[in-house]
Design a protein around this ligand. Structure first.
Ligand code: ATP
Length: 451
């Protein structure tokens, strides 16, 4: 084991002190029970990557418990988490999985902020068949690290003594951090778990690393081997797998670096595990960038889910029945599945009705029946003239308000009634069509329609 001189002093300096104290408490509890405790995964990677003087605000920490002389009891992680809850009574503890991992969750805590600590017992995974859900059993830390995705994510720092602060680097992760490489631990990695392809791309783009050539070959081999196609055609992908796949797509398509990530996925042929006919054509690439520009302008505060609309545009390039299959396999939200299901008919209605509209109010009355998500999707998939009208609607016309509101009508002596809405609608139509332009004209207009 290469020993990078004791890492703890540098970690202590760079970790926010309440988090450091918490790790110390966890190590003390583990030590008392005769266990080793390790900081593993992303936190170690990020600590080693961050410039020396930078304080790291970790929000997601993975710990692994292991026994001294034999594998720790399966329940060790949960026991340690429960002990920590006694010290931090405000924390929420949740235990999940057959192999009992515990998560400690602090939500907007005055001291620790929002923090999640996963505590697992060292474990090995077996994949009964490709892309299946792994089966797990207790093991030592080395085996636990071997089941991980990339060398840079398979590093661990021991928090307990003896040798606390020792870096465990069994697979050359530090060298790969230095040479900026994303490298898998074994040739079957992507056959076992297709989500690792998406993770490889995500880390490569996010960290500015290269996917190591052999790892890239393994990716291409896994995709071309047909294991994913077989899985898809059988049409009952394991729900846990699709949940993880969706989570990775979410990460990638929501991230600021989604464009290079999507290009890299496409370059690797890695959209095929989603659907064999999903190809990032020039047209689709244009559409998805257009969607993003529209979203940035129309929804800067992210009231709608941008990553989901990007995914929907990708899926919308497939035939209708395929769209529904992949959307439901990915367990997308109900409204998203509905949009993809009804896209053809909505597109047809909008595209055939719009050319018959002349007045602005006619456009508005037609388009206001649809939610912004569907209008954006239909807009970018349409020809220029229709796209322009939808854009006008979304940016201007939909924001136009009637020149009087309910209170004005009350002040004019009207009592709240269904007629209110009718009058307000007529006012809106007259405003949109520029028949009335001032409040006084609106008041006169109301009097005429009431007669
Ligand atoms: P991020 O900063 O994006 O959260 P992370 O490395 O912490 O990065 P997580 O998804 O939280 O990513 O995963 C934690 C650790 O679990 C990883 O560092 C890796 O060791 C392991 N891991 C996660 N997903 C997989 C997978 N699909 N296959 C193997 N190991 C995985």
């Amino acid at each position: 084991i290469p020993l990078i001189s004791c890492l703890l002093p540098s970690f202590q300096e760079r970790l926010y002190s309440p988090i450091w104290n918490l790790l110390q408490n966890a190590a003390k509890e583990a030590q008392q029970r005769g266990w080793h405790l390790y900081l593993v995964g992303g936190a170690v990677r990020d600590l080693l990557l961050a410039p020396g003087n930078q304080t790291l605000l970790l929000q997601d920490i993975d710990l692994v418990v292991d026994g001294f002389h034999r594998a720790a009891d399966v329940g060790a992680g949960v026991e340690l988490a429960s002990k920590l809850r006694e010290i931090y009574p405000q924390v929420r503890l949740s235990v999940h999985g057959e192999f009992q991992t515990a998560a400690l969750i602090w939500h907007k805590d005055p001291e620790l902020g929002s923090l999640m600590i996963d505590i697992a017992t060292a474990r090995t995974e077996f994949y009964p068949y490709p892309a299946a859900n792994p089966q797990v059993e207790a093991s030592s830390i080395r085996q636990d690290l071997y089941r991980r995705d990339f060398t840079i994510n398979a590093l661990a720092v021991r928090l307990t003594s003896p040798k606390e602060g020792e870096l465990l680097d069994f697979f050359g992760g530090v060298e790969d951090l230095r040479s900026h490489q994303i490298k898998v631990l074994h040739a079957n990695s992507f056959i076992e778990d297709p989500t690792r392809i998406y993770r490889a791309v995500r880390f490569a783009v996010r960290l500015g690393f290269k996917i190591e050539p052999l790892t890239e070959e393994y990716i291409r081999y896994a995709i071309e081997s047909g294991v994913y196609e077989k899985l898809r055609l059988e049409n009952h992908p394991a729900p846990a797998l699709t949940t993880r796949l969706r989570a990775e797509l979410n990460y990638i398509l929501e991230a600021s670096y989604w464009k290079p990530a999507l290009q890299l996925l496409s370059h690797l042929g890695a959209l095929r595990p989603l659907h064999s006919q999903l190809v990032l054509t020039g047209e689709l690439w244009w559409e998805i960038r257009c969607v993003s520009r529209w979203l940035r302008y129309l929804d800067p505060d992210h009231h709608v889910s941008h990553w989901l609309i990007r995914l929907e545009i990708l899926i919308a390039s497939l035939k209708t029945e395929e769209r529904i299959k992949i959307a439901s396999n990915l367990q997308l939200p109900k409204d998203s599945i509905e949009r993809l299901e009804n896209l053809d008919s909505m597109e047809k209605t909008i595209k055939s009705a719009l050319p018959n509209c002349q007045k602005v109010s006619e456009f508005v009355l037609l388009l206001r029946q649809y939610k912004i998500q569907i209008l954006i999707i239909v807009g970018v998939r349409s020809d220029k003239s229709i796209r322009h009208i939808i854009w006008q609607y979304l940016t201007q016309w939909s924001k136009t308000q009637a020149l009087l509101n309910g209170n004005d009508l009350k002040a004019m002596g009207y009592k709240p009634s269904p007629k209110f809405k009718e009058i307000l609608d007529q006012l809106l139509i007259a405003t949109l069509d520029q028949k009335i332009e001032t409040k006084q004209e609106a008041v006169d207009f109301v009097k005429t329609i009431d007669n």
